[in-house]
Design a protein around this ligand. Sequence first.
Ligand code: HEM
Length: 621
Amino acid sequence: MQVIDIHNHFFPRSWPDLAARYGSPNWPWIKHTEPGKADIMVGDRFFRHIYAACWDPEVRLQEMDRDGVDLQIVSATPVLFAYERPVEHAADCAQLFNDAALELCSRGKGRLKSFCQVPLQDVDAACKELSRCIRSGHLGVQIGNHVGLKNLDDAGIATFLHHCADEGAAVLVHPWDMFGSERMPKYMMPWTVGMPAETQLSVVALILSGAFDRLPSTLRICFAHGGGSFAFLLGRLENAWHHHPVARGDCQYPPKHYLNRFYTDSAVFDERTLQFLVGTMGADRVMLGSDYPFPLGEERVGSLIRQSNLPQQTKAKLLSANATRFLGLESNSRAADNKSDAAGSSPIAPEPGQLTYSSYLKVPELLQLQQPQSSPPHHDELLFILVHQSYELWFKELLHDLDAVVANLRRAGAAPQSRDEVYEAARLLRRCTEITRVMVEQFTILETMLPTHFLAFRGLLEPASGFQSEQFREIEFLCGLKDEKMLRYHRPTPEAYASLKRRLEEPSLHDVFFGALQAMGKLAPAREGATDKEQFEARARAVHALYRDERHHRDWIDVCERLTEFDELVVSWRLRHIQLVERIIGIRMGTGGSAGASYLKLTLDKKFFPELWEARTMLTE
Ligand code: HEM
């Protein structure tokens, strides 16, 4: 059994002078006082005594051996969050300490892993840093339990949590910046009284707001310090929920229902409290967390669990199994198990008739679908077919997601107070942009085909042409770029013709987006007799107004940003396609009868959401 401590902290031995770097006062810095000892200072103010375990992996590993801990997941500390600072400073600061964490872990003999920190005051920047960190080896993220006045159910923070689930990142919520501090100036009361209450507030906010109903169940989130006062006061919350409608909030079920949606650590320092916590949360939901090596941490990490009267099986869960699941390390250990199974030559053989990889994915059918025209088949024709087919598959997924975006925005318009649909639209749009990014890249594979090799079978393809890609045209129509003339290329295939005609008549993503702004009162219905230009300007002004009121429209701005990015990436796709065409056939005519590259260049000015671009010009005026 591998004993894992999911809540402990580090400070690097040194770091740049942040006050000078950002030109603003009161950043944390480290003052080494004697060998192996240091003080953390915030500006001129003393903050905390620390010792070498914070920065020296050798010391940490010795103390881990002493305490019987195999793996620590280190986090920086809330004093470095910088959520109240300009986002670019917070993002830079996060990068600095995230890279320092990896550097420390690289010297930890495989026994140190890390959680990163992110500039949580800005969703995009936070998501970006999280993705970077997960790619570079962090297992998850430590976040503060609030950003100024925003609790964890805030729209932007919920989007970030969604992103963590998508990225498979574990989330450790740490209380910080405690409320009521002015009434607790002494005796470390912000830590002993404020922190547990802050954490309780965060859990309750996520439950009552209905955020847990909307967040994916794959989100792995843990609250530090035994979840603060939450477990002890759950009965009070439950009673209020059942008897006072005003206390119910927006969640679908009573609060107890959500206990399987989060974890807590075990940092409660008292056996009866630990027993109570495990009794309330369940043995699968509490994990060893020590707050090591800080003054309020567990002195001998793991001793509370080990010395308790909990059953052996529960102790094993708290010390190891629950953290393995929380951190997403299960698949690794399972892979290791499978490896040893395979080595012991006992792989699982599926029974006849059971679902298999091939039968589920229809692999044999899929592999039958490439039928070259050349005979004998030219070597590169297979690639030509496969690349086009893979684009068509991505187009299919894009249509699937864009349809869902339209449905969500339509619902958002029908219920302007509800924000869930807006987040969901933004999340799906992010997928669309990622797919399009891959599609832009994919052309390079086809560029490995020599022009001469393409010419060897090009003649056989006429009059087939990309013009006839029904799904490509559907995407254009669905987004709002409708051109009835294009229908003529689809006359030979009645089904394609019919579905394109339907798209032509249906409200587009563009229509639904601005319809929702109208329903929210951000865009007045078009005045009778208003010219196209006037209507266009009114729509651009509505977008402009959203950006000007960022505090209230973060979620909608997120949608705007994603739509803009999608627009931008589709233009990149068009451009890369033209470069490919020029590289392979120069300025020859296309098999579809167009002037080729020179025709395609005319499509570069096409935009799905020109108002979003116009709004940018207005913003800079
Ligand atoms: C050897 C590689 C390729 C060449 C030489 C080529 C050439 C062309 C040409 C000349 C056109 C203009 C219409 C015409 O007259 O035929 C066109 C349009 C188009 N092609 Fe390609 N293409 C290539 C690869 C691809 C790939 C991999 C895709 C992926 C789906 C694709 C999708 C399209 C689409 C959707 C159009 C219509 C564009 C529009 O109307 O805006 N092409 N292609």
